[in-house]
Design a protein around this ligand. Sequence first.
Ligand code: SAH
Ligand code: SF4
Length: 379
Amino acid sequence: MTANLLDFDLEGLAAFCEQLGEKRFRAVQLFRWIHQRGESDFERVSELAKSLREKLKSAARVEAPRVLERHDSADGTIKWLFDVGGGNAVESVYIPEDDRATLCISSQAGCAVGCRFCSTGHQGFSRNLTTGEIVAQLWYAEHTLRRELGTQDRVISNVVMMGMGEPLQNYGALVPALRTMLDDHGYGLSRRRLTVSTSGVVPMIDRLRADCPVALAVSLHAPSDELREKLVPLNRKHPIGELLDACMRYLEAAPRDFITFEYCMLDGVNDTAEHARELVALVRARGIPCKFNLIPFNPFPASGLVRSPQQRVQAFAKILLDAGIVTTVRKTRGDDIDAACGQLAGDVRDRTRVDERIARQRTVMLKPVRGHVGDGKSV
Ligand code: SAH
Ligand code: SF4
């Protein structure tokens, strides 16, 4: 089996070149052809001697997973479904805006965390993606879009690890992928424009701080352990207090001087005025520099949950804003192609019945708190 060069960061590619009996600096040239020019045919890498091109042809390849489907939304959002074998597929979403263009990338086929409100979580865990499969999503999207737009300039300015999977539970493959995205010979993204989103894998937040600090988003979703445990099962292992301590430590090395907290707004579950006030108290008590990103829940079949009404989201945001916390409400993009947060299922097998069973079990676990004190006031 030949080596897929998308699996290597520059350091790894240099080691591979050495194995082929080549000087390490050849790796820089090759890396630039692959990532900056989107080349996958070694024959066309004219900068390299014919003898090296021949060696590469027999020992290596540049291969992205096959595209199974592409959906273009009316708002410019594009979703690709990549076949990663064994009946699994993962999704990437391109989100163009006025001043930037973001690619949302997957890190795993499925996810083991099993958050109550997440379609990927309902699907269960299939497997970790390789570094090459993570990088290939950017490689493919960037160079496909450049061709379509007829430009040599960089198209994707930001990357968020917010697709399918928990990136910090695939740490070994994630870090070389991040390094390739950051590398000036690769995609040259700034650390501030590369975001890892996590449901709170505390020990890995510390490792990321040491190995490859990029912008961090933490999926909080609840102000108390009692509620968060029901929404994000990982909270039983790493409760909120430990998570916030890890966030404080992360800030010492982070490229941004705040942590982004994501908060999925679920009707009658975590969206009352009381919850908002608890959140304010929580972050104030810790003095943690943060921003909140409120994500209106994106429903999917079998979730058994409902999106908070817009008014309630606004009321919730106002409480945070009045307390001096920068808060944004995420615009939903790609609604017409099921490309919004948490709608990425990417499974090509029919698992509907399994999903329904899981959903039934989980609905019993989670009692909505609609009607409690505070809810009425916030509406
Ligand atoms: N596993 C990581 C990153 C992928 S999920 C994490 O959980 O952070 C990316 C974001 O989408 C997370 O904040 C997640 O909570 C949110 N999300 C998941 N399902 C959602 C849904 N159905 N509606 C809205 N947001 C959702
Ligand atoms: Fe996994 Fe993130 Fe979905 Fe939770 S929200 S199940 S951690 S992908």
